[in-house]
Design a protein around this ligand. Structure first.
Ligand SMILES: Cc1cc2nc3c(=O)[nH]c(=O)nc-3n(C[C@H](O)[C@H](O)[C@H](O)COP(=O)(O)O)c2cc1C
Length: 275
């Protein structure tokens, strides 16, 4: 597995042999040994994905994984907001395309960055890399560089000259067709070896978006950047994508300029209930 050196300790004094850990483990890492104790099964080390479910379900706090203390190194098992509150948030989420020209409050930024540890990843791979622009002056530099490179490269190409003219016009009118005036950006890059890397990056941003919105921070998915990477792969250096990684998806964020006063009721998509 990608994470080696399994460190899984079972405190047999504390263990009450309920076997919840054995039943919870998707990969059969744990078993009951000849002495009627919970133990790592033969070959179990290689199958462990370090999800720590065994430790989290243990009612006796008898399991420690990767050096974590089951009594201390834990978030309380909180329940999330109730369905209707969360649904209201989902309904009222909007793509923000006009942002206030100021940085997020530093504690809000810190909380959002800290929360990046929580979204799930396929096979618990947890190797995403985040390129973040957390300062609006730096964002301004990226904005200038990116437009300059794009125009230099595509202004005279038959397929792209019209878009260059439209973007230049929008910029002259105070618009920002690529960065949407956002002060911040988050780009998620995934390890090429990750089994579900692209999905992991989109999931991470979906969680980020929900949390950002709950903190009063506006967001918009930054598909244009991904298109630009396809057109100009050399841009990847500008965004410091590490070797062996690919850009997954990106999001712009900051405090929104406009207040959305009503939410729209979207059409229900096609839902096929299989029989
Ligand atoms: C994957 C994805 C990529 C997007 N890329 C951009 C983008 O680059 N620029 C932009 O202004 N909006 C972008 N959007 C926003 C959509 O246009 C927007 O979600 C849609 O118009 C509906 O508006 P709403 O998000 O306010 O409901 C993107 C949305 C998604 C889901």
């Amino acid at each position: 597995m990608y994470l080696e050196n399994l460190s899984l300790k079972i405190d047999t004094q504390k263990c009450n042999l309920c076997t919840a850990c054995i039943r919870e483990c998707v990969n059969g890492v744990l078993t009951k040994n000849d002495q009627n104790q919970i133990a790592v099964a033969p070959g179990g080390e290689g199958r462990c994905i370090h999800c720590a479910h065994c430790m989290m379900v243990c009612p006796a706090a008898a399991i420690s994984i990767d050096g974590l203390d089951p009594e201390k190194d834990f978030e309380p098992a909180l329940r999330g907001p109730d369905f209707s509150k969360l649904l209201n948030q989902v309904k009222s989420r909007r793509s923000i395309r006009h942002f206030k020209q100021r940085n997020l409050d530093s504690d809000v930024m810190a909380d959002l960055m800290d929360a990046l540890r929580y979204p799930p990843t396929g096979v618990n791979y947890r190797n995403l890399q985040f390129s973040v622009i957390s300062d609006c002056d730096i964002m301004e530099q990226y904005r200038e560089k990116l437009y300059a490179r794009y125009f230099a490269r595509f202004e005279n190409e038959p397929d792209t000259k019209d878009i260059c003219t439209a973007w230049k016009q929008a910029l002259a009118n105070g618009g920002d067709p690529v960065f949407r005036t956002a002060p911040h950006m988050i780009l998620v890059n995934y390890d090429e070896k990750a089994p579900c890397g692209f999905a992991d990056s989109v999931i991470a941003l979906s969680y980020f978006e929900m949390l950002a919105n709950a903190a009063g921070v506006g967001t918009v998915w930054f598909g244009r950047l991904i298109f630009l990477f396809n057109q100009m792969p050399e841009l990847m250096d500008m965004f410091e994508i590490p070797a062996g990684y690919k850009p997954g998806y990106a999001m712009l964020f900051g405090y929104g300029e406009n207040l959305f006063r009503r939410a729209i009721k979207r059409q229900l998509p096609v839902i096929t209930h299989l029989k």
